[in-house]
Design a protein around this ligand. Sequence first.
Ligand code: PEP
Ligand code: MN
Length: 269
Amino acid sequence: MRPHLLVNEIDFPSLPKMFGHSSQIELIAGPCAVENISQMEEVAKELKNKNVRFMRGGAYKPRTSPYDFQGLGIEGLKMLKFVCEKYSLYSVSEVMSPEMMEAATKYVDIIQIGSRNMHNTVLLREAGKLDHPILLKRGMMSTLREFLLAAEYIVKEGNKKIVLCERGIKTLEDSTRNTLDISSIAIIKNETSLPVIVDISHSLGRKDIIHTVARALIALGIDGLMLEVHNNPAVALSDSQQQLSIEEFRLFITNLFEYNNKAITVREA
Ligand code: PEP
Ligand code: MN
């Protein structure tokens, strides 16, 4: 194996107009899954009000049970694109199959490779052939070395537009959905110049501790936070217990501002 990886050596350019161009922390917020247009409208409008620049929404959902909601597919991507254009937001959505990679670039500003697919080398190579930003999530049972090697697959093919996302790993601890590995942020930052964000929703799987944990993550120097926001979490088709309501989202933003008023990018009107 190559002794020094490209991900360790290269000075990664900031994603144009996106990540890494300021000292501020970006938020990627939105529902777990795109469900319908009114849901997307309501959430997008709120994100815009709070100067959030990135909206997430899954159209292809990697569910544990095949009987659970699998996402709206291309119709979901179209809804995401529609509201993001309407409210001038960047869109983020997961792609699970290599054949969809190229097609998804028409709808999505940042293509997400999810935790379950971090080891999918065919998908990684396909992402590497694109000139499109990729948000790569850490595999839930992956070491940091494996995480960086997954990024290496993308970089090796020529795509340097990558954002790494820590989303917690499986341990024996079951009070959170996954165990958020906070030391990984510091280590990744030592080893690469790639932007690193944390998905606070999937790592914790609960809402009562997000304010405290978010403060710790800011102190660690993260470049961004991903969190799930739904207009009516009680009836959400996936991850109902961890998605923030609009009210809870407002509280979260207020709390972050109180901690560090540079926490969130403020866009001039
Ligand atoms: C998601 O972000 O929608 C998701 C499924 O997350 P993960 O791949 O980290 O489980
Ligand atoms: Mn989810």
